[in-house]
Write a protein of this length. Structure first.
Length: 277
């Protein structure tokens, strides 16, 4: 059994930060500085054979700011891809990484789906929409998502519903590096959201997660539904119908309002319907 040894140094430039790790957080660093001043440092930095930081980049920054020696443990048997896997393993067990942290990590690794994670991050950055919005629309455009929407046993899946219609969402696939968002799906999402961006619909109205989820749900269940027709209806009647007030909170309410606006003064043959009552 290898005995771990805590070492100390003020040679700060020895430590290297990997792109696969999370960005440092200014507020967290300031909080750590205050804690270190009062109680000292209780946990050493963990690095691999080449001094790439496995865990503790915020602690390192706080110690540098305070001009203190850095306690560290060097794992000489860890390097390269094993370092990246160790970083993800540590943070998966902590359950404190969000989807964008995992996406950034996989996008900067040799994962075979790294292009999918790059597209995911680009959609997040360019559209400023939630991870769940990207998952829903990736599914809607008919392509396999790394976060697969499928039935699962109660207890190992999270359920997402619209008034009784259940989808089962298993987050481990995304976190395990198995996300698929191909170029076709990416292009379709960009074209779809561009229609909203170029419309006169307020950003705060169309970029709500519940609204976007309701739109994808209705389009999935109404083959004749047209996004162009909907936006034209909004231009003509949106203000009169007052369909997106701040009181519209739920996915169910958004869905009802979309249908109401879409069908307003619309011929019977073009009207859409709920898939629920």
């Amino acid at each position: 059994m290898t005995r771990l040894r805590i070492e100390y140094t003020k040679k700060y430039d020895r430590f290297l930060t990997l792109l696969a790790n999370r960005n440092t957080n200014k507020e967290h660093i300031e909080s750590l500085e205050s804690s270190i001043k009062s109680y000292g440092i209780s946990q050493p930095i963990q690095v691999d054979r080449d001094f790439n930081i496995i865990d503790g980049q915020n602690r390192l920054k706080a110690l540098i700011n305070l001009k203190l020696s850095v306690p560290f443990i060097r794992f000489k048997d860890i390097s390269g891809d094993k370092t990246i896997e160790t970083i993800k393993e540590i943070n998966t067990k902590r359950k404190n990484w969000d989807y964008f942290d995992f996406a950034k990590s996989y996008a900067n690794s040799n994962n075979k789906y790294k292009k999918s994670y790059e597209r995911f991050l680009d959609l997040r950055d360019s559209l400023n929409v939630s991870a769940f919005t990207i998952f829903e629309h990736n599914k809607f455009f008919g392509l396999k998502a790394e976060v697969s929407m499928k039935k699962g046993k109660k207890g190992n899946s999270e359920r997402v519903s619209i008034n009784g219609k259940w989808n089962f969402y298993k987050p481990s696939s995304f976190k395990n590096g198995e996300f698929i968002l191909n170029q076709e799906s990416y292009d379709k999402m960009i074209a779809y959201f561009d229609k909203f961006i170029e419309s006169n619909m307020p950003l705060k109205a169309w970029r709500r997660t519940y609204f976007l989820r309701s739109m994808s749900y209705l389009m999935e269940n109404n083959s004749k539904m047209s996004i162009d027709y909907f936006l034209n209806q909004y231009t003509k009647y949106g203000k009169r119908k007052s369909v997106w007030s701040d009181e519209v909170y739920t996915e169910y309410d958004h869905t009802k309002n979309i249908v109401s606006l879409y069908n307003y003064k619309t011929s019977k043959s073009k009207k859409i319907d709920y898939a629920f009552k």
